[in-house]
Structures are given as structure tokens and as C-alpha cells.
Design a protein around this ligand. Structure first.
Ligand code: SF4
Length: 173
């Protein structure tokens, strides 16, 4: 889908001659395909340049929720690649071994490697992966802990170990 509200919004821009120079049967058919992101506005050869210029941004494809989730996770994984996982393990209350940072979530071990790939006994869907990756990157430990200022965690006063904000449990015994 594009950012047009519907096919009629595209149709109103066309000259409605049904000339078929775009190889569609009608302007409405062309408008529908532009709305769906299957054709570009500039494939109508009779459309004035001013209109093309004015509506260029609306042709951008809207991301579906699935596409948004995937691109968000890809960005988070990219950040994990630049992260020192061993340091992150200390900061988050996890452990580091054989190139993987391991946290205990829902009572089960979750491991993350340097590519941001996750390993656990349970199925990891994007709703689980995103907060865990975010926690690994942004948790700064408890407010009075050795890692300095609190940033995004919800550790209790006096808690010696940082808490996972997504799950509210101490990650290290
Ligand atoms: S080329 Fe443009 S005006 Fe002609 S049918 Fe296609 S959309 Fe309509």
C-alpha cells in the first residue's frame, strides 16, 4: 500500500480519458494499482509534472505491521553487533560464555549472540525479542550500582542486581 487514502484519491489526479497509454484498461484500474503500490504515478504519461512532484511522497509504500516489526528487529540486531556483549552481561546481570550473553527470563535461559540472534527453549517471537534486545542495549544497572546512572531499568531501591524491566525478575541468582 502507498500513503494514498484510497484509489479514488489517485483517480482524482488523473485526466480520466481512459487513453490506455499506461497499458491499463481504465484510469480507475491504473489508480487502483497505484494505490496498492503496484504501479507508479509517473507511469501515466499524460500526468502533469507538477502533480507528480506534488504527490511524489505519497507514493512511498506504507509499511505493514509485519514489515515494521522486521525492520525494527533488524535495526536492533545491528546495534547488538556493535555492543560489547561481555560488558553487557555484567551490566544487565546476565552471564557471558562462548560468545553468548545469557539472561534468565520467565525462569528460562535466553542467550544472545553477537549477531543479535536469540536462543531459548521457548519460541521467540518479535514481541519477546524486541524488549530483550532493548534491555541488553539500554539497561544501565541499578541506580546505586557500579554501572552508574539508571537508564530504563526498574530496579528496586537497594537491589544489588539489575532487574529486567520487561519481566520484573532478577536475571542473575
Ligand atoms: S495513461 Fe493515464 S490517462 Fe491514460 S488511461 Fe492510463 S491513467 Fe488514464
Amino acid at each position: 500500500m502507498t500513503e494514498f487514502a484510497n484509489a479514488m484519491e489517485v483517480f482524482k489526479l488523473l485526466d480520466k480519458s481512459n487513453c490506455r497509454k499506461c497499458n491499463e484498461q481504465t484510469c480507475l484500474a491504473f489508480a487502483s494499482r497505484v494505490f496498492l503500490g503496484e504501479r507508479a504515478l509517473n507511469e501515466c504519461p499524460v500526468l502533469p509534472l507538477e502533480i507528480l512532484e506534488q504527490y511524489r511522497d505519497k507514493q512511498k509504500k506504507k509499511q505493514t505491521r509485519q514489515e515494521y516489526r522486521e525492520s525494527f528487529l533488524a535495526e536492533e540486531k545491528e546495534k547488538i553487533r556493535a555492543l560489547d556483549l561481555e560488558e553487557a552481561a555484567k551490566r544487565t546481570g546476565g552471564t557471558f560464555s562462548q560468545g553468548r550473553l545469557t539472561l534468565r527470563i520467565f525462569g528460562k535461559p535466553f542467550s544472545i549472540d553477537q549477531n543479535g540472534d536469540m536462543y531459548a527453549d521457548i519460541h521467540i517471537n518479535p514481541w519477546v525479542a524486541a524488549p530483550v534486545l532493548g534491555y541488553v542495549m539500554r539497561c544501565q544497572g541499578p541506580p546505586d550500582g557500579p554501572m552508574g546512572p539508571h537508564a530504563g531499568t526498574q530496579g528496586r531501591p537497594g537491589e544489588k542486581r539489575p532487574l529486567c524491566p520487561a519481566f520484573g525478575k532478577s536475571l542473575k541468582k
